[in-house]
Design a protein around this ligand. Structure first.
Ligand code: TXA
Ligand code: MG
Length: 309
């Protein structure tokens, strides 16, 4: 517990047991910590992560609860249920956790995870502790074998009780959507909700293509630019500037030193800030593809894709 707290406070990531599967946890309010999660997992894309909380008071500062979602928390929290809810702008959660969405996935785990979050006093972002494309780890040994060389601490809490990821649901005007089946059955949820779960109706972000419309800024995006055109804002990377940079409507640098981790942590907030500058187009300097650069370029390509698809 003490080692995990010290590492998390320093912006490092730690593998922790939860009742579902092991999680790769980082301080959800620290962009570099969240970037480290993606780096350690080798995820080629910035999927939104679940924010884990230790109390309803903490959850209420992060998201807005409708009556049905609140009833589900009373029945199932702490436990293997994740709720997708409207995200409060004042939550302090770093935008890399939600991948720039205006909703957030929240869950209150049982056991060690909950104690750790309460002690830290901050929410933890934690996807399953496996490298991208591998199955979720349900023992510390499995985490160690997969990610051991890339992270400093795996907390061994024995085999996980549930062994499956949490069930993810989202309430909206149309009803209660099942976004991912998991550790709590649909029937158990339906019994509390008093309604059938809606399935496969695209309320979530199941398919990568769906991310396009969700993730697009208002401005058009022009990638890999070597020169800025009149009226454009500029999103930079590193020390070499595109020609005409001084005339850009607005300029922000993802990372002055060319550090991919810093660039990842700045990506969503910088895109949003340049979008607010009112420029019709955001020109983006080239970002190298190595390491986290792959996910950064994936995200930029989605933002630049045609909008009405
Ligand atoms: O049991 C679990 O849920 C484990 C443990 C560690 O808590 N965590 C986990 O996280 O499975 P991860 O990152 O592997 O899965 C998160 C899922 C993804 O499928 C993601 O698309 C979805 O949550 N998600 C996150 N935010 C979302 C949002 N705003 N809207 C819809 N889906 C969201
Ligand atoms: Mg996973």
């Amino acid at each position: 517990m003490e080692r995990a707290l010290a590492l998390l406070a320093a912006g490092e990531v730690v593998a922790i047991p939860t009742e579902t599967v092991y999680g790769l946890a980082g301080d959800a309010t620290n962009g570099e910590a969240v970037a480290r999660i993606f780096e350690a997992k080798g995820r080629p894309r910035f999927n939104p992560l679940i924010a884990h909380v230790a109390s309803m008071a903490m959850a209420e500062t992060i998201a807005e609860f409708d009556p049905l979602s609140r009833r589900l928390t009373e029945a199932f929290w702490p436990g293997p249920l994740t709720l997708v809810l409207p995200h409060r702008a004042t939550s302090g959660i770093h935008p890399l956790v939600t991948a720039g969405l205006d909703t957030i996935a929240l869950r209150m785990p049982r056991g060690f995870g909950a104690q750790l979050i309460a002690r830290l006093g901050r929410p933890l972002a934690a996807p399953s502790a496996n490298s991208s494309g591998k199955i979720s780890a349900t023992s510390a040994r499995a985490v160690e074998g997969d990610l051991g060389g890339r992270i400093q601490l795996v907390v061994d809490g024995g085999p996980t009780q549930v062994g499956l990821e949490s069930t993810i649901v989202k309430a909206d005007e149309r009803g209660l959507h099942l976004l991912r089946p998991g550790g709590i059955s649909a029937e158990e949820i339906e019994a509390i909700a008093g309604t059938k779960l809606l399935r496969n109706d695209k309320a979530g972000i199941e398919a990568p293509g769906m991310m396009l419309s969700h993730y697009a800024p208002g401005a058009a995006m022009r990638l890999n630019v070597s020169a800025v055109e009149p009226g454009e804002a500029l999103l930079g990377f590193g020390q070499r500037r595109a020609a005409g940079a001084a005339d850009a409507v607005a300029f922000l640098n993802l990372s002055e030193t060319g550090d991919p981790r810093e660039a990842a942590s700045n990506l969503f907030s910088h895109m949003q800030a340049l979008d607010r500058s009112g420029a019709k187009t955001i020109a983006v300097e080239p970002v190298p593809h190595a390491g986290l650069g792959e996910a950064i370029n994936d995200r930029l390509a989605r933002a630049a894709a045609p909008r009405d698809s």
